[in-house]
Design a protein around this ligand. Sequence first.
Ligand SMILES: *Cc1c(COP(=O)(O)O)cnc(C)c1O
Length: 409
Amino acid sequence: MNTLAINGGPPVRTTPYKTWPHHDDAERKLLSEVLESDRWWSSQGTKVHEFERRWGEFHGTDRAVAVTNGSHAIDVALLALGIGAGDEVIVPAWTFFATAAAVLMVNAIPVLVDVDPATGCIDPTAAEAAITDRTAAIIAVHIAGHPADMDRLTALCQQRGIALVEDCAHAHGSRWNGQMVGTFGDAGTYSFQASKLMTGGEGGAIVSKRTDVLERARSYGDCGRQPGEWFYAHFALGGNYRMSEWQGAVLLAQLDRFEDQARTRDANSELLNEQLARIPGVHPQARDPRCDRQGNYCYVVRIEADEFGADRESVRLALGAEGIPLTMSYPPIHRLDVFREPHGFAPRWRSRDGMQDFAQLSLPTTERLADTTLWFTTAVLMGTREDALDVVAAVEKVQSHADELRSNR
Ligand SMILES: *Cc1c(COP(=O)(O)O)cnc(C)c1O
């Protein structure tokens, strides 16, 4: 086989993958409708309203609440659930910054727990062990679109009388036992940021089967207003988290395309699961049989350096040179500067009494996954079968030339 591209050989991919996100005339038409309507904000327009109705319908719930972005969606969901000072919220340590930051944003205390080694999602046993009499909620994150164990988490939260929030930012369209993610707990939150599976550039939404939660989320997201009341009457300490009509217009077009894209993504991700597992040292994220559709914001594999013959960083650089779009994992939450005193806390928080000292935390599975996984971007799943198989060809090539990488170091 040829020399690795990183050492000057010809790359596996000579044509780049089609960039993400996709769009066509549908977005253009809806955007110009907004432009010509002169109603550019949701309070007067129709697009956000229609998107909220359809996103709710997609989940089999009442109208969703659309917001500015996925970070604010978590903040607003926690507010709507009445979570605040004195409360603890259990969060997996392997997630994006915003999941843990949201807890502090509402002045509650995040309690980090480890994740399941097979799926990378919150470990229900660890979550249960972290429950105290101050625990108000658990936030489950459906990593790379694979649902957390919703059977165990819903049972646990019901038994202990605590709220369950699902951060579905990676998991548009994911299902567990035939049920849409976002509808298992008390609230589900979405991001429509540009790398996510549906996007308005930025954007977010809250879904819930509880109408009281949706009503409160709507009020907190709209400056504490109440339906039917005067515009300048404010009843709750919320903010302006409204989605604009431009985002609503683009998201309507994206939603029309979603089912087709989800089928393509799912077929290619099953293909990679089967093919990549044959390569020494390559361990795709496990797929539980109860996950009957996986959103796959990204496609995650763990590189076991001893078996592969090279470490994650060398492999990542080599695959990038072969033309495969990928990133590395999020760092663990407890390694982020902002959460280590005294960096991010003053002056917003005077005291974090009772909070774990993140600098002293050891959460071995999270740390291992953060240090050993590669995240292929969703672009590799959105082409043909041959496009997806190029990932396999590139990983095979890099693995069989692992000695070249070792001599590079
Ligand atoms: C993207 C993301 C968010 C935040 O969404 P934004 O729209 O970027 O604010 C939250 N949680 C997870 C797991 C994410 O991937």
